[in-house]
Design a protein around this ligand. Structure first.
Ligand code: BGC
Length: 498
């Protein structure tokens, strides 16, 4: 990047935008001594607040394990440990054309997945952006929009027709709906609560599969909803399809959660369901809810408490609010705002653009941490372009250090969740891989390495037996494989249970 230590230039963001950069005519050496000292004092204070010691992590892991057990024992717990009615691992023999509809935190995606067996598949997909209004509007309207997008996809992408369309049959569809739903069979699920800022009315407490079927009928689509799937469950199955060492799946994106395969004998709350006790079933942990309501286990800072209390779901998703992409930028923004109020940052500048909640995206933390320049040009660009403020080098170094603290804490807490499942299942000695996906995992520099460091801090050297890998597309491919597994079970007369 052709930039002198002082002066002007430009920098290109990951979004493709080019930012003009004008550095200030003073840098750290020019600042009054008191300002420098105050900023490093603050950094030390924040370091204490955001740093998790190995000992504290091990305490969190123990509490986490108890919570997982409790969720398996009794229905309706804070961490609900949802039985998914996905029985066991795929054989690798699954084949056919399947549709997958993925309603995640940010986008809606429609895919046609052709599973070819032996870990191979082909995928054609289209993404549709969800607006903030759609997330808050009536739930049935949201599902109608899903059906409309599905119709467009079928009309435009399946023109030569899959074998199903040719025969006039319905195409099986896996619906990846990544919010906590309690299930009693695979093609049904009652929404426990919205997460990730969604709030569509008339949906919580209702069977979202039935609501979506109503929309499919309205648009008369040649589609049969075969399975309702969480993104973590899809990721678990898709990861295992290509790597049998994958035993756990995690999503670190707008939200955060994990799934793993459990023995029926260890799910006491299913004892009346008449299922083969030797069977296995995937569990969607919904671990984002860990330590919700009581807030006894996690080290929340005053910034985390503000994020929680000003969210549309105060008290809920306590673990997720310290980790996921929806919240990290907001945590950093709150620290900055406090220091503006205290007269430590941006002296004499108008900072109103930093004052609106959620304007500071988590993607900015990734960009700040990966800024390769001595002058921290990316950080100059972010603050001047998006917030119309100029930064000193000292301020930029401070922001980068702060991003590192917040990002590192998120990764180390994630390690605690993984460690709890690993130790509950006894995977430490033989080791296993964790299929992981989501924007934070895929795009935040060093996130995976920090999880791995965290696992070593918890377990010592044996922690190296557990590694995370970027997962196969769980919400698309995983959903299709599960739809295929379900179709096979139905044809063998094993629906709804084994
Ligand atoms: C949801 C989970 C989902 C996770 C990742 C959380 O907010 O409750 O169901 O798996 O986000 O998308």
């Amino acid at each position: 990047m052709p930039l002198s230590r002082r002066g002007s230039g430009s920098v290109t963001l990951a979004t493709g935008q080019t930012l003009a950069i004008h550095t200030r005519t003073h840098d750290e050496e020019d600042l009054p001594h008191a300002t420098k000292k105050t900023m490093s004092d603050h950094l030390r204070r924040l370091e204490n607040l955001f740093t998790l010691t190995p000992q504290r992590m091990r305490m969190i892991v123990e509490a986490f394990k108890d919570t997982l057990e409790l969720g398996l024992e009794k229905p309706g717990q804070v961490v609900p440990m949802i039985p998914t009615f996905v029985f066991g691992w795929p054989t690798g023999e699954e084949k056919g054309d399947f549709l997958a509809l993925d309603l995640g935190g940010t986008n809606l995606r429609v895919c046609l997945v052709t599973i070819q067996g032996e870990g191979k598949f082909e995928i054609t997909q289209t993404k549709y952006r969800l607006t903030e209004e759609q997330k808050q509007d009536d739930g049935q309207k949201l599902f109608d929009f899903c059906a409309e997008c599905l119709q467009t996809f079928i009309d435009t992408s399946l023109t030569d027709g899959t074998s199903y369309l040719k025969n006039g049959q319905k195409i099986p569809l896996g619906f990846t709906f990544s919010y906590p739903c309690s299930q009693e069979r695979i093609d049904h699920g009652v929404l426990i609560r919205w997460t990730k800022g969604f709030g569509a009315a008339n949906t919580e407490g209702r069977d979202v599969a039935a609501m979506f079927r109503q929309s499919l009928e309205k648009y008369q689509l040649p589609v049969e909803l075969t399975a309702l799937i969480n993104d973590t469950t899809g990721t678990l199955i898709a990861s295992h399809y290509v790597d049998p060492q994958a035993k756990i799946a995690c999503i670190f994106g707008t939200g955060c959660n994990a799934a793993y395969m459990e023995d029926l004998a260890d799910i006491p709350k299913l004892k009346d369901f008449n299922i083969d006790p030797k069977a296995q079933m995937a569990i969607n942990c919904e671990w984002g809810a860990f330590d919700s309501l009581l807030h006894e286990e996690l080290p929340r800072t005053k910034y985390d408490i503000i994020v929680d209390e000003s969210s549309n779901k105060p008290g809920e998703q306590a673990f997720e609010k310290l980790i996921s992409g929806r919240y990290l930028g907001e945590i950093l923004r709150l620290v900055i705002c406090e220091l503006i109020d205290e007269g430590v940052l941006f002296l004499g500048q108008n900072t109103y653009k930093l004052e609106s909640p959620y304007v500071f995206e988590t993607a900015f933390l990734s960009l700040m941490e990966s800024d390769p320049t001595d002058e921290l040009l990316m950080i100059i660009g972010i603050f001047s372009h998006f917030f119309a403020v100029e930064t000193t080098l000292a301020e930029r170094q401070f922001f980068r250090a702060l991003a590192m603290l917040i990002g590192r804490r998120a990764a180390r807490l994630s390690a605690c969740g993984i460690a709890a499942i690993v130790s509950k299942k006894g995977y430490l000695e033989k080791g296993c891989t964790v299929g992981a996906d989501g924007s934070l995992y895929n795009k935040y520099p060093g996130f995976a390495d920090r999880i791995h460091e965290g696992l070593v801090d918890i377990f010592g050297e044996r922690g190296r037996n557990i590694t995370t890998h970027h997962a196969e597309d769980g919400s698309g491919v995983g959903s299709a494989i599960i739809a295929a597994m379900t179709k096979k079970r139905r044809s063998e007369g094993l629906y709804p249970n084994l």
